[in-house]
Design a protein. Structure first.
Length: 205
């Protein structure tokens, strides 16, 4: 029996980069408990999200509990309230994209749990960075998975049909349309990139 060919995709590369950065920050910032906890989380989350397209609920729950505990121990009741506000804001920021089908429920829970760890002000900055990285990763992923030549040809045919009132119904039915490719990529990596960008460069606002 021949060996099964393993295809290396941009998703795998993205996940590997995210895991590598997480391990680096875990070691380089080992004096900061919050960063260590987040780095352990992203190491595991990006691995499972890349390989299994899923972030386990248990992993998100552990980050959530750790975030609330760290904030409460360090800042008392005010820390608890700040952690809960971060949790709520992290959840709210990705609620609309989830409803629209752009991301999975695990991604929403991940940002919410991270918000509980770093608070509402910081999670807002992470969200901005995350959006920038998420958009770039989406373009890269789509460019890899989509048949751009066929897409451009169909777009040009549609423009011609509208502009010159061409009737291409018969031709279109004769050629099978290419199967739509999945737009799924490990969004946990985008969250990780957003978090570490905030740690390294600070806020954008």
């Amino acid at each position: 029996m021949g060996r099964r060919k393993i295809e290396i995709t941009p998703s795998h590369i993205t996940g590997l980069i995210a895991v590598t950065i997480s391990v680096y920050f875990m070691i380089a910032q080992r004096h900061d408990l919050s960063i260590v906890v987040a780095s352990v989380y992203f190491t595991l989350a990006c691995t499972t999200d890349t390989l299994k397209h899923k972030i386990p609920n248990l992993l998100n729950a552990c980050l959530l509990v750790a975030g609330i505990a760290i904030f409460t121990i360090n800042h008392g009741v005010d820390g608890l309230l700040s952690s809960l506000c971060g949790l709520g804001l992290g959840f709210a920021l990705l609620l609309l994209p989830y409803i629209m089908g752009g991301i999975g429920a695990g991604d929403v829970k991940a940002l919410a749990a991270l918000g509980a760890l770093i608070g509402p002000y910081n999670i807002l900055h992470v969200f901005i960075y995350m959006g920038l990285f998420g958009g770039a990763l989406a373009v890269i992923h789509y460019s890899y998975t989509a048949n751009l030549k066929d897409m451009l040809r169909e777009t040009w045919q549609s423009v011609c049909a509208v502009a010159f009132v061409y009737k291409r119904g018969q031709d279109s039915s004769a050629e099978p349309r290419p199967q739509k490719t999945s737009m799924r990529f490990p969004y946990s990596a985008a969250i990780a990139f957003g978090y570490y960008s905030f740690i390294y460069w600070g806020g954008l606002l």
